[in-house]
Design a protein around this ligand. Structure first.
Ligand code: DI6
Ligand code: FE
Length: 400
């Protein structure tokens, strides 16, 4: 297997609990994996003749991971954007049958090819910023056929581009019109059987739900999580986004990979997440778009060492955001993260939120997914708005 040596690099390895800086660093890539990392001066002789990419002192990070997206969907919600600008709230639009349900109607009417074609430009925008791994949720089908079509479309994106796709079943996203007023029947008769069918088809990496007054309550999510557990699937949850609904504590009880949004989480929720080892997945794009005023309790997460991740939540309603760089900037400006916390949020902690132990850091044996930036520090990476300083991207050891 051929080797490649990246030299003259400022490495942000994410080792330990900080940035894991290695100045004058080198990384040896072999067969899609990282074979060695360290100071160039310490590079073992066996690699001294290997092909070398001189990175000119640039910052090298693990390739970013977008660990919460709704990338696969049809139609657009620009009209709702205008309604919100005129004063309507996200909740009012949802209760009037718009919101998620308008995307459900468009997605039910779309073929798998249409769904793939609509998602590709969004995926390409993420890849242009060095992203290596993307989580994609279902949840705009809410019936067996469409949920499975969404998951198949998501998986096929991973064959069309050099990117790792993880698929999450989000059948408990909203109650579909044919079950209006009967959320319990929807969970038991449609959502859980659809999860079992999607899992049997090999299409599910994790199970998610929306625990909120306008969606499902903790009891309904509990039944879904029990079904997930019986299938051996990990869970995660949209929790405490618009109100305190008990989702964070529920996620912690099930040892969830992540609890997501968390604007209304409490100190007690932070403690529960810490004990469970659940990642706090912060989504500043939704907070910004909905012009929320209550930010997630970052100080409580920090005090209890809850790992914090950041993702775009790319969706057509509450977060029409397809930039992880802007997400990092928002995480700092709106939520008070440090640039290093933001960088850890899209690398090591994002990998953890997906249950991936072999990416998100620069360490021997891990996947060689790297981003090379025309900047010298984490702060310089996160500082500009609407500017992409990516110099090169390596996916499983290959520049692409
Ligand atoms: N919370 C979100 O941020 C997205 N889903 C959810 O449960 C919003 C999805 C949408 O508005 O289409
Ligand atoms: Fe979401």
């Amino acid at each position: 297997m051929p080797f490649r040596v990246l030299s003259n690099a400022t490495l942000a390895t994410m080792a330990g609990t900080d940035i894991g800086l290695v100045p004058d660093g080198a990384v040896v890539l072999e067969g899609g994996r990282i074979a060695w990392v360290g100071r160039f001066a310490d590079l073992p002789d066996i690699w001294s003749d290997a092909p070398r990419d001189d990175l000119g002192g640039r910052l090298v990070t693990p390739a970013p991971i977008d660990a919460h997206t709704h990338l696969v969907h049809a139609g657009n919600r620009a009209g709702e954007f205008e309604m919100r600008l005129e004063g309507a709230s996200y909740e009012q639009i949802a209760r009037a049958g718009g919101g998620i349900l308008s995307t459900v109607a468009a997605t039910r009417a779309a073929s798998e090819d249409n769904l793939v074609a609509a998602a590709l430009p969004l995926l390409d925008a993420l890849l242009a910023e060095g992203v290596s791994t993307v989580e994609i949720k279902s949840g705009y089908g809410l019936d067996l056929e469409t949920e499975i079509r969404m998951l198949r479309a998501a998986r096929s994106l991973g064959n069309l581009r050099p990117v790792r796709v993880r698929t999450t079943f989000l059948g408990a996203h909203a109650c579909p019109p044919e079950y209006a007023g009967r959320p319990d029947a929807y969970i038991d008769d449609i959502c859980i059987p659809t999860l079992r069918a999607a899992h049997a088809a090999g299409l599910v990496d994790a199970v998610d739900g929306f625990c909120e007054k306008i969606a499902f309550d903790a009891g309904q999510i509990t039944r879904l999580f029990d079904a997930a557990r019986a299938l051996g699937l990990p869970v995660k949850l949209h929790a405490e986004q618009l109100s305190h609904s008990g989702g964070a504590a529920l996620a912690a009880r099930y040892g969830a990979l992540s609890a997501d949004h968390l604007e209304f989480a409490t100190d007690a929720d932070a403690s529960a997440l810490a004990t469970a080892g659940t990642v706090a997945m912060l989504l500043p794009g939704a907070y910004y778009t909905l012009r929320e005023t209550q930010a997630p309790p970052v100080a409580a997460f920090r005090a209890r060492s809850v790992p914090m991740a950041l993702a775009t939540d790319c969706n057509p309603g509450s977060s029409p955001l397809a930039s992880l760089l802007l997400t990092m900037n928002m995480g700092c400006t709106l939520f008070g993260l440090t640039p290093v916390e933001a960088l850890r949020g899209v690398t090591v902690n994002a990998a953890r939120a997906l249950g991936l132990g072999d990416c998100g850091r620069i360490a021997p044996g891990l996947r060689a997914d790297l981003a090379v930036w025309n900047v010298g520090s984490a702060a310089e990476l996160v500082w500009r708005i609407g500017f992409n300083p990516l110099h090169a991207r390596y996916f499983e050891g290959e520049p692409c």
